[in-house]
Design a protein around this ligand. Structure first.
Ligand SMILES: Nc1nc2c(ncn2[C@@H]2O[C@H](COP(=O)(O)OP(=O)(O)O)[C@@H](O)[C@H]2O)c(=O)[nH]1
Ligand SMILES: [Mg+2]
Length: 461
């Protein structure tokens, strides 16, 4: 998106395509109202359209005055609008032809069709929101679970922005003290004050660390995790998928090798969007289709965030051991199924064989242990309890990199303090840290990064 001219007025259909009860066209910019009034006539003749009121009227083609649609017009006067510009919204009937016709009229009257995310970009450029809040708008639209929505809302309200701002103010304070000494070279900072500066730097650093540590989990809420159910044929993998989905999605039979293709579904486990993948059972086979399925299973295992490796009342076999060992670093949870027909003897043996491997007993047939399994899935990716999610969470690589850089800069400043290096050097590191933080907020973000962020948006947002 190269257009950054805030003087032109943009318009876009803001509702999804297809049929709907209503469809909304959004207009933003200095000519929003005057242009809208060229095609919209309020039913009750009025001299002045007031801000934040709704007007009923008709949209007509100015060329032949033919009726296009009945509509409601609302006007949000600058700066009391999302973009901080004059904004007009036209609520039309929801058909796509109606909306396209209205758009065409507006474009003919000189408006420009908005790029994806351009309304949000204007809100950002006009200072209404910072970049983290703009990103939260996308997260809000794309939230996969209620938990994800909650976090996006917090960020949109400025949670991350304020947390970063607080750290930034702390750093600016230190910087101003240092600069005063730089201006008066004959003065030296006494040991106590230096100690205090160091402590303040520690505090800023810890604040950033706390934010940084939320990244892995924040990412989980935003993007979800991949959980692969694997194991020998017939242990009950498809039965588990069906249990977790609460529907008979995968075919379950007593014939080993039933599942040949991957089945992928998304479920919500305690607020985490989980991509659950049922796979073909792993075994030696001459069947071409089944072999391909097994090959795919092994590939899927490599990308999994968590592998639910399933065994049944037949216990753990040598093939199982090989596969579990191959997964190496990845997180594996052994799921021992068919508990309903598990003898105490086998159960004891299984526990012994599992040694330190995390495992749970379930019976998909009797729906036993499935809730515990969900708890375990949650615990393997989250460190905090379900009810205590951190208030500020970062979920994007961009945030992570910025915060990491800021921490490094502060650490460099601390080394300078420790080694009694010139104040100029400490101050330069602190300026770097401030720069890194403001990059996250979007104040010093390059055009390229900005374009990438806003191009993720849909048109009309
Ligand atoms: N007794 C018992 N049988 C089960 C249980 N779970 C699955 N089965 C049976 O095991 C067989 C294989 O199940 P399926 O889900 O197709 O296994 P998959 O090949 O691993 O996908 C079917 O006959 C299921 O009814 C369980 O908890 N207890
Ligand atoms: Mg199966």
């Amino acid at each position: 998106m190269k257009v950054n001219d805030l003087n032109d007025t943009i318009a876009a259909i803001a509702t999804p395509s297809g049929e709907g009860g209503i469809g909304i066209i959004r207009i933003s910019g200095p000519d929003a109202l005057s242009t809208a009034l060229k095609i919209f006539q309020p039913k009750n003749r009025t001299n002045k359209i007031e801000s934040h009121r709704l007007y009923y009227g008709e949209i007509t083609d100015p060329r032949d005055l033919s009726l296009v649609d009945e509509s409601l017009l609302s006007f949000m006067k600058s700066p009391s609008s999302f973009t901080m510009e004059d904004v007009v919204e036209l609520n039309c009937h929801g058909g796509s032809i109606v909306l396209q016709q209205v758009m065409e009229l507006l474009l003919r009257e000189g408006l420009r069709e908005a790029e994806p995310g351009e309304f949000s970009k204007r809100a950002f450029l006009n200072g209404r929101i910072d970049l983290t809040q703009a990103e939260a708008v996308i997260d809000l639209i794309r939230a996969k679970t209620e938990r994800g929505l909650k976090l996006a809302n917090r960020q949109l309200k400025g949670g991350l922005k304020e947390a970063l701002q607080e750290i930034r103010e702390g750093l600016i304070q230190i910087l101003s003290v240092l600069e005063a000494y730089i201006d008066f070279p004959e003065e030296e900072i006494d040991a106590d004050s230096l100690h205090e500066i160091n402590e303040k730097l520690d505090r800023s650093k810890n604040g950033l660390m706390t934010i940084l540590n939320t990244y892995e989990e924040g990412k989980v809420y935003r993007e979800g995790i991949h959980v692969v159910i694997a194991g020998r044929p017939n242990v009950g993998k498809s039965s588990l998928l069906n249990r977790l989905l609460k529907e008979k999605r995968a075919i379950v039979t007593s014939i080993p090798g039933t599942t040949r293709d991957m089945i992928e579904e998304v479920i919500n486990i305690k607020g985490i969007p989980v991509n659950l993948i049922d796979t073909a059972g792993i075994r030696e086979t001459t069947d071409v289709i089944e072999s391909e399925g097994i090959k795919r299973t092994k590939n899927k295992l490599k990308d999994a965030d968590l592998i639910l490796y399933m065994i049944d009342d037949k216990g753990i076999k040598s093939t199982d051991k090989v596969i579990v060992e191959e997964t190496g670093e990845q997180k594996v949870l052994i799921v021992i199924n068919k508990e309903d027909q598990l003898s105490t003897e086998i159960k004891k043996k299984a526990i012994k064989e599992m040694k330190s491997l995390p495992h749970v007993f379930i019976s998909t047939k009797q729906n036993r242990g499935v809730e515990q399994l969900k708890d375990r899935i949650y615990e393997t990716v989250m460190t905090h309890g379900v009810d205590s999610i951190p208030t500020v969470v970062i979920s994007r690589k961009r945030h992570k990199i910025g915060v990491e850089k800021a921490i490094k800069s502060i650490e460099r400043a601390q080394i300078c303090v420790k080694d009694s290096l010139p104040y100029e050097l400490i101050s330069s590191d602190l300026r770097d840290a401030l720069f890194n933080i403001s990059e996250v907020a979007g104040e010093t973000t390059t055009e390229e990064v900005m374009d990438r962020i806003f191009s993720e948006f849909c048109i009309g947002k």
